[in-house]
Ligand binder design. Structure first.
Ligand SMILES: *[C@@H]1O[C@H](CO)[C@@H](O)[C@H](O)[C@H]1NC(C)=O
Ligand SMILES: *[C@@H]1O[C@H](CO)[C@@H](O)[C@H](O)[C@H]1NC(C)=O
Ligand SMILES: *[C@@H]1O[C@H](CO)[C@@H](O)[C@H](O)[C@H]1NC(C)=O
Length: 396
């Protein structure tokens, strides 16, 4: 099984190298687990990991009210994610990675991790002894997740993404991966696409090295995520520009509030002709599937949708009535970005196999919004590093 996976990934990376680039645009195909119906617990897991990521205390349901749910939650896989290939070292060792704009470090499992660490054992591991371009760093690193700390040592090596070869990239070799959060993920590690200001130990992120080493004409990357994609055709991450064939109209750009997270000002949100949120900060995060709202908006939106609250801060919606729900309009840079019910209603499987409908508007005990794949899937997103701005346009 392991051998087969190796072979498939190697072939895939080989194919990537054969695909000719146009100018300096590098296309990374994204995998999407289309046939995968998330269980209710997995939805909760997504939320729990989101809260941990932004260091937000999740409220009572995480500490006591639903201990069972919370524990199981953390033990479940988080593979509602899009992943794509990179290779590290010389010769290149292939890895399938989560490209996450909500964090800024790169890490992969280490060949030296304990045989008892399942997450590490289940994925490709980086073997520094097998790479002629490896440079030891010596420093330890740790990243906090909901289930505990991911830890190991830092290394420096060459990282290839498509035809782009980034030299001297510092990254984490994970010796310990917490709980079973990462055991069954379709990715081995994470490529953080946030800015250096939020990186552990202020390590220079991959795209910053890419730009400094003049590997791309324009210091910009863009995401096209298919909401109904497949494992082979889940969308595309493009380094070096935007692909006009993947969106309609023009991109609406707004300047970033800070170059840390991909954080920008959002004018407001409209539901049924009513403005229900005004002048909030929002963060574009490809590493989550959800739309996380501040408490007030979370309550208003879900009540207006006629949702039935559960003890887990979820809102159940009537699957038979989805088509009657209103569109919800995000107003950004003076432009309207509507989401339809088919965009913001998520289906999930109960333990007995029955399917329920959940609102994608989840609770963030903070006064900002997180816009995950529900939004980025509907709106092509340009992450303009050079101009410190973010742009959105309707995805084709
Ligand atoms: C790492 O690579 C070296 C050199 O190819 C090899 O001798 C060693 O067994 C590998 N280690 C692991 C854990 O795979
Ligand atoms: C990488 O590091 C080596 C050794 O410090 C240096 O000679 C080389 O110029 C660096 N390459 C790039 C592209 O920064
Ligand atoms: C998603 O794709 C599947 C298979 O290609 C198709 O049967 C289904 O109708 C699609 N759903 C939507 C909402 O487009």
């Amino acid at each position: 099984m392991q051998c087969l996976l190796w072979l498939l990934l190697s072939l895939w990376i080989l194919c990537l190298f054969w695909t000719r680039s146009e100018g300096q645009l590098i296309r990374i195909p994204m995998q999407y687990q289309a046939s995968f119906m998330a269980s209710r617990r997995q939805h909760r897991a997504g939320r729990t990991s989101l809260l941990a990521k932004y260091n937000v205390v999740g409220g009572p349901e995480i500490t006591s009210r639903d201990n069972l749910g919370a524990t199981e939650t953390l033990d479940n896989r988080l593979n509602l994610e899009y992943a794509g290939p990179i290779s590290i070292g010389s010769p290149g060792q292939p890895f399938n990675m989560l490209f996450d704009t909500g964090s800024a470090n790169l890490w992969v499992p280490s060949a030296d991790c304990s045989s008892k660490n399942l997450a590490c054992q289940h994925h490709h591991r980086y073997n520094s002894s097998a790479s002629s371009s490896y440079v030891p760093d010596g420093r330890r690193f740790a990243i906090a997740y909901g289930t505990g700390s991911l830890s190991g040592r830092l290394a420096q090596d060459t990282v290839a993404i498509g035809q782009l070869v980034v030299r001297n990239q510092t990254f984490g070799m994970a010796m310990h991966e917490p709980g079973s959060t990462f055991v069954d993920t379709n990715f081995a590690g994470i490529v953080g696409l946030g800015f250096r200001a939020i990186a552990e130990q202020r390590i220079k992120p991959l795209f910053e090295n890419m730009c400094d080493q003049h590997l791309v004409d324009e210091c910009i990357f863009s995401f096209y995520l298919k909401r109904n994609g497949s494992e082979r055709m889940g969308g595309e991450l493009l380094f070096g520009g935007v692909d006009k064939s993947k969106f309609s109209g023009t991109l609406t750009y707004v300047p970033l509030t800070h170059a840390g997270y991909w954080q920008f000002p959002m004018d407001g949100i409209e539901l049924g002709g009513r403005i229900i949120s005004q002048n909030r900060q929002a963060i574009a995060d490809t590493g989550t599937s959800l739309l996380a709202a501040p408490p007030r908006e979370y309550l208003i939106i879900n009540s207006l949708l006629g949702g039935l609250p559960t003890s887990n801060n979820e809102y159940l919606l009537n699957c038979a009535e989805i088509n009657k729900l209103p569109e919800i309009v995000f107003i950004i840079g003076g432009q309207r970005f509507p989401l339809q019910p088919r965009d913001y209603v998520m289906s999930a499987a109960n333990d007995d196999g029955s399917v329920i409908c959940l609102s994608a508007f989840t609770l963030m005990e903070a006064e900002f919004w997180i816009l995950g794949d529900v939004f980025i899937g509907r709106y092509y997103t340009a992450f303009d590093v050079g101009h410190r701005r973010i742009g959105f346009a309707p995805a084709a």
